[in-house]
Write a protein that binds this ligand. Structure first.
Ligand SMILES: [Zn+2]
Length: 854
């Protein structure tokens, strides 16, 4: 064994050895309990960043631990490989998306291996591979057959210069195209949706089943689903048989309605607009059409709206109220119309004040004055006033009473509404799974028959970034006979949102090489649910909600036998880098131009702000994983990441702490290699009944470490404290005087076993160094011996007049009186009490003895 720890010399070797031994292959022994450890698969951008390193290290430690604990562990990896960057690379650099993607995959796979991860690469899943997207298409057709996939007109971002549809990411903050710079317009196109709203209630109530999820994520999903209980009420239009339907959560305020607002796109808008208002309404609608939904609904923006000239009747009062259109009302949400109650709604109050619309109080606090003008909307519960027969009713009861009344009169009913809307999955792009539908002039939309799947993406396409989607420009590909009647028909040219690919990939890993089915239900049901999922909080809503939705639909199709895909979820914190910023100019400064002791802007000489922030290129605060691995090795990088912060907390990158972990591994190396050089006999057995005190102390330290590290690895995965425990054990081994004892052998071996999941290379190298022939990763996790944990002696603090003077050791079994006796007779106490009058002795058993002396 080398006397110095040199990671380079060992890490490549062990990675190769593990691969040759097939150590990372998934065991399928049905006698072992299963554990499915999964980290969110990356987009193959080409470069691993520190965020990746962190998430894959966390999942890897869990997988390695569970293997040692006797589980059969499924720990796979794959690539979320469709998406826009590949297509942009094709437009910018003329490289085919597939070529670009696979090159990046190969590069990142190498980087992941260098990190010492134990992924089972025989189950690799790549979403852009026809072997995979064939089944994505098949699953889409499952949705279609269940009536959960449908087409509807919907707005897209339209670049009028390049005549192309843009993804949201291709539109900048000012609403301009990334490529042409043209102001992006909204254009209606027929697009595909998945009916996630059918599952809104289940997705909401089943959140309660997710005991192993962070509360924060569950709350975000609940808010996103946004259930509200209220009423659907109809306002007849003056001079027409038609009615405007609105949804409200405050039916108790309906007597306070002073206007009604329609979305500009609402079909009724044209019909209610009076002739003198037509021009203004059309102009306003056109302007709103160019705005994104976000712009329209932003809280901090003034609400814009204009009257249509039309009037509606409040069915409760018979009063006529004006009908307006406004940007903040969206046609896609709810009924596309709202009732305006400025007295009792913050947004309506602001809008009505600005537009000079009447404000009518209908709820007052107990004993309140209905005629006093309002300074702001009153949104609390209270008593109904100015509300006809409901006057005097508490508003909380009024809600139900109003709904009952509306139902009886036939102009309304109770309704539950969700904020969640159906999922728009059409993308007018090339690099995605083609939607497997053929449009026939006779039969309509016809699914591509299963045996014709996959609908392959054509290769060697010219990308201009202009005109219709690249697929729509390929005549040969588009024109096909109808699978049903043979008439000349056209393929659907939209591809699917990449979030579809990632909504089911975890179901594929258990049976990743199946070429007959998306997965064998028996195999996938056996491995699912994922026991531990690890990934970023940024996926709290879309990916994690979509995956739950897919699971429930496939369960209802009889393909799965469980409700929820992810048993436990760990959302790891960000990796932050040291950041320098000029507070006046707002410019970031690259650290190698800054003197860390006295940070000044090299250009202006101003003192810089110094703080930690999420690593990003534009802030020059990133740390390149390759550089860290090259300098310190993967084991140190892993140890640092695990030690620096608990997994769910943000982690501040700190070179000094990286050095610290490198030094710690160096100490472990020296400790074990010294032992190995002495030829320590591993076979000698200790007689536990006849241990010396140093042996007992060391054995207690060993088993305390086993117990503490095992606990830290369970539940919340407190790897940081586990590393601290290993440091303690290493210190105990260094300091002990019984290095020839079999207990010392036990200590060295335990240290390596506990270290193995965290720093897998050095652990295996040292394990071999002390004479083992089988990999440490095939060994059983050590178990704590409860008998060894019992201390023979305990520490008692000695106080004189309440002031701590030191501590003494007393036998663990000593009772209160004996503890006082030991304390009194101790050399330490005698120094202070000798010859003095002891007025009182306070004993806190097992903790301290306090002498009150005169
Ligand atoms: Zn047909």
């Amino acid at each position: 064994m080398e006397s110095r720890y040199t990671p380079k010399a060992i890490e490549d070797k062990w990675q190769q050895t593990w691969a040759e031994l097939g150590l990372d292959q998934t065991s399928t022994d049905p006698n072992e309990p299963k554990f499915y450890a999964l980290s969110m698969f990356p987009y193959p951008s080409g470069n691993l960043h520190m965020g990746h390193v962190r998430v894959y290290t966390i999942a890897d430690v869990i997988a390695r631990l569970k293997k040692m604990q006797g589980y059969r562990v499924l720990h796979p990896m794959g690539w979320d490989a469709f998406g826009l960057p590949a297509e942009n690379a094709a437009i910018d650099r003329g490289i085919q998306p597939a070529e670009w993607t696979y090159k990046n995959v190969a590069q990142m796979q190498k980087q992941l291996q260098k990190l010492g991860t134990c992924f089972d690469w025989s189950r690799e899943v790549t979403t852009c591979s026809p072997d995979y997207y064939r089944w994505t298409q098949w699953i889409f057709l499952q949705f279609y057959q269940a009536g959960l996939a449908y087409q509807k007109e919907s707005a897209v971002n339209w670049d009028p210069v390049d005549q192309t549809v843009l993804a949201n990411e291709q539109v900048d903050n000012e609403g301009r195209s990334w490529r042409s710079g043209a102001k992006v317009e909204r254009k209606l196109l027929k697009q595909w949706f998945l009916k996630i709203t059918d599952y809104a209630e289940q997705l909401l109530t089943d959140l309660d089943k997710l005991k192993g999820w962070p509360e924060r994520v569950k709350l975000m999903q609940a808010n996103w689903i946004g259930k509200s209980v209220g009423a659907y009420l109809e306002f007849p239009i003056v001079g027409s048989d038609e009615k405007i339907g609105v949804f409200t959560t405050r039916p108790d305020t309906v007597y306070g309605v002073t206007y009604v607002v329609l979305a500009p796109e609402h079909p009724l808008t044209a019909r209610v607009t009076t002739s003198d208002r037509q021009e203004a309404v059309a102009a306003f609608a056109k302007e709103v059409a160019s705005q994104s939904e976000l712009e329209r609904t932003a809280e901090d923006k003034p609400k814009r709206g204009i009257p249509t000239g039309g009037k509606a009747i409040n069915p409760f009062t018979g009063e006529e109220v004006p009908i307006l259109i406004a940007d903040y009302v969206l046609y896609e949400y709810g009924t596309g119309a709202v009732m305006g109650v400025p007295a009792h709604d913050v947004r309506d109050f602001k809008f009505a004040t600005e537009k000079n619309l009447p404000i009518k109080t209908v709820i007052v606090p107990e004993g309140g004055d209905a005629s006093a003008p309002l300074e702001a909307a009153y949104t609390e519960p209270g008593v109904m006033v100015n509300s006809g027969e409901f006057d005097g009713t508490p508003s909380t009861q009024g809600k139900e009473a109003i709904v009952k009344f509306a139902e009886a009169q036939g102009f309304g009913k109770a309704r539950v509404q969700y904020r969640l809307r159906d999922w728009l999955i059409s993308r007018q792009r090339y690099w995605g799974a083609p939607i497997p539908i053929i449009h026939c002039p006779k039969c309509g939309a016809v699914p591509v028959p299963d045996q014709d799947l996959p609908v392959r993406l054509p290769e060697n396409i010219a990308f201009s970034g202009r005109g219709p989607s690249p697929l729509a420009q390929l005549e040969d590909w588009v024109n096909v006979p109808c699978p049903s009647c043979g008439t000349a028909a056209k393929r659907e040219t939209d591809t699917m949102d990449t979030f579809i690919d990632s909504s089911w990939y975890f179901l594929r890993y258990p049976d990743a090489n199946n070429d007959q089915q998306a997965f064998d239900p028996a195999i996938t049901n056996d491995w699912m649910a994922v026991d531990q999922y690890v990934g970023g909080i940024e996926h709290a809503i879309l990916h994690l909600l979509y995956s739950r939705f897919f699971t429930k639909v496939l369960r209802d199709r009889g393909l799965l036998n469980f409700d929820e895909p992810f048993e436990r979820l760990l959302t790891q914190g960000m990796v932050q880098g040291l950041t320098y910023k000029n507070p006046t100019t707002g410019k970031y400064v690259t650290p190698n131009l800054v003197n860390a002791g006295d940070p000044k802007d090299p250009e202006t000489g101003e003192t810089l702000e110094v703080f930690y922030e999420k690593m990003s290129k534009s802030k020059y605060n990133g740390v390149d994983p390759e550089a860290v691995l090259a300098k310190y090795g993967a084991d140190t990088a892993r140890m640092f990441i695990l030690f620096k912060a608990p997994p769910e907390k943000d982690l501040e990158w700190d070179d000094a702490d990286v050095e610290g972990q490198f030094r710690f591994l160096g100490r472990v190396w020296r400790l074990v290699s010294e032992f190995a050089e002495k030829g320590g006999d591993r076979t000698k057995k200790a007689n536990l009944a006849e241990l010396s005190k140093p042996e007992k102390d060391l054995r207690r330290a060993i088993h305390t470490a086993i117990q503490a590290v095992t606990e830290d690895f369970e539940g919340e995965y407190q790897f940081n404290t586990a590393v601290s425990e290993l440091m303690k054990l290493s210190n105990a081994l260094t300091d002990t005087t019984c290095k020839d004892s079999p207990i010392y052998v036990e200590g060295i071996q335990t240290l390596l076993l506990l270290l193995a999941p965290l720093a897998p290379h050095i652990a295996d190298e040292l394990w071999q160094g002390i004479g083992h022939t089988e990999s440490i990763h095939l060994q059983a996790w050590p178990e704590a011996d409860a008998a060894a944990l019992v201390a023979d002696e305990i520490t008692i603090v000695i106080q004189i007049l309440g002031k701590t003077r030191g501590s003494i050791q007393v036998p663990a079994g000593a009772d209160k009186a004996a503890q006082e006796q030991y304390a009194r007779e101790s050399e330490l106490a005698q120094r202070y009490i000798e010859g003095k009058e002891i007025k009182k002795v306070i004993v806190v058993p097992g903790k301290l003895v306090n002498f009150v002396v005169a």
